[in-house]
Write a protein that binds this ligand. Structure first.
Ligand code: DC
Length: 440
């Protein structure tokens, strides 16, 4: 499980950056500032002075906070109600800053924050993530920018939300909050000794995302967490370069939604299964290696076997029920690689994928490796002349681990997660169920 900490002063763009990087990496984004804001909101509702540590501490036992991830977005339920944007006002910023200086409030939120990283790879933004919450984080970034640049960005954001204010007021608030947050005694917003300091005053949003991913990749590779893989990959990259181009051209393969493929981190790729060439077809359009399982028999077909190996596929012996292959895929996905499993289990040439039965392997691997599942739909357009035949590969948005409905694992949970992912596979290709469930 990967833990990435992004700390820094208010308005440096931590949340939008962390959200975008999480999406690209297929991991969960956790906004801890929102938790302090929610405590601030409760304190405001009760008419308590947020600087009165004793009075605020006395309110804490009444507060029930629930963090849920819906469609990849964090939602905070305060005593059962989604706080939404009500915590984003300048007033709530000041309340949050004041209550966050109280030790009891920090202690109150500590476990909630730590627990979120137990079952998910996370990128978490805040002030003390690299220093207090996860001193052992895999990557620590301290994101900063000049007060002027930050105030300008925050001002634009508030205007877009229809919140009335002036640039001068935002800058004054920002300076005051910087002072409160960095000079307070408990968990001040300072960079951890081993954090990478990243000043993005001069960078556009897209440049900040690229730089941030670079920092993450460099740090992980320096820590030896990706080094070995890189060496192994050079042969794959070479073969991919040759084979992928040849296949894309001769089989007229076109990819859609490539931007949805996570750039980093483990995930289970779940395509529908039409042909024995699917492993190669999908591998040919994706820039990251996908470890696929393919039937052992296929490795006996001379030309196909060469290409399957070139694409890094792993043979599954049908008689052994594929346990070794499943273990291998769980291992690869846990290490942060992409693995591919066909939820249909076997080739279903010429059938409507929406009507075919599904197997649980892909969900089992996602559950064990604690990674997202990515729906992929392969659509073959039959043409009069074979050489005009075309394949379209639709890559859907990853469904994060936290949205797959896993609690304790087990076949019912795997079946439900598989259904959810495969419904998306079918939607991508425009396939609709025609059979009633009892006919399957
Ligand atoms: O990131 P933000 O602006 O939403 O945070 C609101 C306030 O909460 C900010 O003034 C500092 C505080 N905070 C904190 O002390 N520790 C965190 N991990 C996150 C936020």
């Amino acid at each position: 499980m990967l833990k990435i900490a992004i700390d820094g002063p208010s308005g440096a763009g931590k949340s939008s950056l962390a959200r975008a990087v999480a999406k690209k990496m297929g991991i969960v984004y956790v906004d801890t500032g929102a938790m302090y804001r929610t405590v601030g909101l409760y304190v405001a509702k009760k008419g308590v002075d947020p600087k009165d540590a004793e009075a605020v501490t006395a309110l804490l036992p009444e507060i029930s906070l629930e963090i849920k991830f819906e469609n990849g977005e964090q939602h905070i339920y305060l005593c059962g109600e989604d706080v939404g944007d009500s915590i984003r006002t300048p007033e709530m910023s000041m309340y949050a800053s004041a209550v966050s200086a109280i030790g009891a409030v920090r202690a109150f939120l500590l476990d909630t924050q730590r627990n979120l990283a137990k079952s998910n790879s996370v990128i978490m933004d805040g002030r003390d993530i690299g220093t207090v919450i996860f001193p052992d984080a895999d990557v620590k970034i301290f994101l900063t920018a000049s007060a002027e640049a930050r105030a300008e960005r925050r001002y634009k954001e508030l205007c877009q939300k229809g919140i009335e204010t002036t640039l001068e007021d935002v800058l004054a608030d920002m300076r005051l909050r910087d002072k409160n947050d960095s000079e307070r005694e408990i968990a001040p917003a300072v960079a951890a000794d081993d954090a990478v300091i990243f000043d993005n005053s001069e960078l556009s949003f897209d440049e900040s995302i690229s730089r941030c991913i670079e920092i993450i990749e460099d740090t992980l590779s320096k820590k030896g967490k990706t080094k070995k893989k890189k060496k192994k990959r050079s042969f794959y990259m070479f073969m991919h370069f040759l084979v992928a181009r040849m296949f894309r051209f001769t089989m007229r393969i076109k990819a859609h939604g490539l931007e949805n493929l996570p750039l980093e981190g483990g995930a289970v790729i779940c395509p529908n299964h039409l042909s024995m060439w699917d492993v190669i077809t999908v591998g040919a359009v994706t820039p990251r290696q996908i470890h696929f399982m393919a039937k052992a028999e296929l490795f006996k077909i001379p030309v196909l076997s060469f290409f399957l190996r070139a694409m890094g596929a792993k043979g599954v012996d049908r008689k052994s029920s594929g346990t070794d292959a499943i273990k291998y895929l769980i291992g690869e996905a846990s290490k942060g690689d992409l693995v591919g499993i066909f939820p249909q289990g076997t080739r279903r040439t010429g059938e409507n994928p929406a009507d075919t039965p599904l197997k649980n392997g892909a969900a089992l691997v996602a559950y064990r490796a604690k990674v997202a599942m990515v729906p992929v739909c392969i659509v073959t357009k039959k043409m009069k002349y074979r050489f005009l035949r075309r394949k379209d590969i639709y890559i859907g948005k990853p469904i994060p681990y936290s949205e797959l409905g896993f609690v304790n694992g087990g076949s019912e949970e795997y079946a439900a997660a598989t259904e959810k992912v495969f419904a998306e596979v079918c939607r991508l290709g425009g396939f609709e169920k025609t059979k009633a469930a009892s006919e399957e």
